[in-house]
Design a protein around this ligand. Sequence first.
Ligand code: ZN
Length: 404
Amino acid sequence: MKYRNLGDIEFVNLLYTSADRLDEEYLDEAQRRRETLVPLLCEVLENEKNYEWDSAGRWWSTVHAVQILGILGDARAMGALLTASAYADIHDLEWIWEALPECYARIGTAALPPIMEAFRERMREGGTSLGAEMEGLWNLWEDHPDSRQKIEDFFLSLLESDETPFDVKADIVADFSQMHRTDLKPFFEELFESGELDLEVFTRDDMEEFYSGVKSTPVYRMDLRGFYGTRETEARRAFLEREQEEQNQRDLETFLRDNVHRIGRNDPCPCGSGNKFKNCHLERAEEAARKFREEELRQEPARALREALYAERRLESEIRRFLARKGLTSLFSRLKESVLEAVLDPREESMKKRFWSYFNPLLERIPFDDDEEMKDFNGLFLEYYNAIAALYLHYPKEKEHLDA
Ligand SMILES: [Zn+2]
């Protein structure tokens, strides 16, 4: 009963000052005030300032507002929840992402049109995936068999649209693969062939693994009310405290490691012990700096490999898309064969002289619009060649993945 006598504004203001200490009684009172409360909670979410990190934990107001709007399951909240989703991305508020898919599910099928519209708008702007909204759609798919066809059709329309970025298409294909939708597999193969999927997000091998792995729907469920249980709140508080402590320790170690030569031996140690640096953390900091340099050198080849692998995937998609536009989808595998042949040719010296002779018979089949287009494509192709050559140079033994 402790909240009964508060005015609505006072009641909402508790969100700003309670940090993580809201209780279940607050939720009951929120239910009772539902009609007047929903617009006030939406206002909390519309103000970007509320998401900014501060030590007093004012940003908790946005986490609570999302959770409570989800518990209330009120369709009036849709606009504010979508706004919260965008701000949570900017300000890195994980608890909001985690709650949103369930919030959309609580609102029910009334959430479908606004989510779909938000998706289309984001795609038109060339934006990235709406992760929480995707999971929300799958939650709704699970809860409402009558709406399944509509939701699937929506995802398929995104796959067919030219406006959808390739990483988003890859996410969608990953979801259907996880559901073992064999009926759609030939379509997905086609998308891979024409370079429509971002290979850094999802490769053809990944797809095979998903189809042969455990079949499941990519839902993301959460117990919104359980978030406010005494045990959960206590566990969260302990977790945050531990995190903070570990973060402070890591910050100190990094600072000491990076500044070991700038701190005087006789200066007070930055750890705050009151001892001189030379009698406190100096030795450990020198050791940490040495290990750090060693580790960097050790990881250099792996880094080069990773970069070459990313470049290979990105360029493969670009070349595939170019060829698809020219109606030459099948030319890609032959071009790749010729690149491998050139890279593996033992007559390295002569190779340099007749480099283009490996590829010209294939490249001549491409009807370029003009010299400019040809020059652009050749540049792209050369980059692709270099990426593959780099992969062989750094890791000649691990070339098998190139043959996939
Ligand atoms: Zn110290």
